[in-house]
Ligand binder design. Structure first.
Ligand code: 6PG
Length: 256
């Protein structure tokens, strides 16, 4: 594994997807333990898509499963598709199958985005209210999650923040309903930059040769304006965990 840091981000490069999942699961455990030690609970927004599945599976297996503070963990989602929880494309459904159904987190501490709701704007507003209430912030304050896990699309999207979307300009609301024409399921719900950049820690999980070009653009050129490049916690940690294939176009660096 190669590790290095530039001005704003830490980078870990794993040999392959399996090593990426192991490193990511260890990082989640470390963040969870530190959060519980610091303030008695661990609040996390899970990523959707397919890359995180192996990390979630690792967290649900020995030895990490027994080390995680599940009884202090509160789960949210970084984004969701406009589908019911049992739909094959549900981010909640993927996380439930790989992790949430296998570990002792009380259901009342898992907050999915009800993407199937008939009124998307109301769904987004209600989820924002829930985030504020559960994370205990006063009106107008932005909730601070201990950890946000994110993926990266080949077009540079992250969560459901897609290039060219008006939601990229959101500076107040923490959750938005978006219509992502380029996405397989256009109706989406997403956390926005205000809450993503308020997080104590953001970890990107990116795997595969098909992501190498967009990784170089997102990490190499902050002015690229790619949605993923605009996630930079103002007072938190930013860590990118890639496998070698996804990191292939990054300038080679001396390991620390
Ligand atoms: C979603 C995700 C999305 C995902 C990227 C990468 O709902 O689709 O939140 O942002 O993280 O598209 O997806 P893969 O991990 O499947 O490549």
């Amino acid at each position: 594994m190669i590790s290095f840091m530039d001005a704003t981000a830490e980078l870990r490069i794993a040999e392959d997807p399996s090593a990426l999942a192991e490193i990511a699961a260890q990082e989640v455990l470390a963040v969870a333990r530190a959060a519980v030690a610091a303030h008695g609970r661990f609040t996390v927004a899970l990523a959707g898509g397919s890359t995180p599945r192996a990390t979630y599976t690792r967290l649900a297996q020995p030895p990490l499963a027994a080390q995680m503070p599940w009884d202090r963990t509160v789960v949210f989602f970084g984004d969701e598709r406009g589908v019911p929880p049992d739909h094959a494309d549900s981010n909640y459904g993927m996380a439930r199958a790989a992790l949430l159904s296998r570990v002792p987190i009380p259901l009342e501490r898992i907050f999915r985005i009800p993407g199937e709701g008939a009124d998307p704007e109301a769904v987004a507003a209600e989820y924002a209210r829930t985030l504020g209430e559960v994370l205990g912030v006063r009106r107008g304050e932005v909730p601070r999650l201990d950890l946000v896990l994110l993926g990266l699309g080949v077009d540079g999207h992250t969560a459901s923040l897609f290039p060219g979307s008006p939601v990229l300009k959101e500076t107040f609301r923490t959750v938005a309903a978006v219509h992502a024409a380029a996405a397989t399921i256009p109706q989406r719900f997403t956390l926005t930059y205000p809450i993503l950049n308020a997080a104590a820690c953001v970890i990107y999980l990116v795997s595969g040769a098909e992501k190498a070009k967009v990784v170089k653009a997102a990490l190499g050129d902050r002015s690229s304006g790619l949605p993923a490049a605009m996630v930079r916690p103002t007072a938190g940690r930013l860590l990118w965990i890639l496998d070698r294939a996804a990191a292939a176009l990054l300038p080679s660096r001396r390991t620390s």
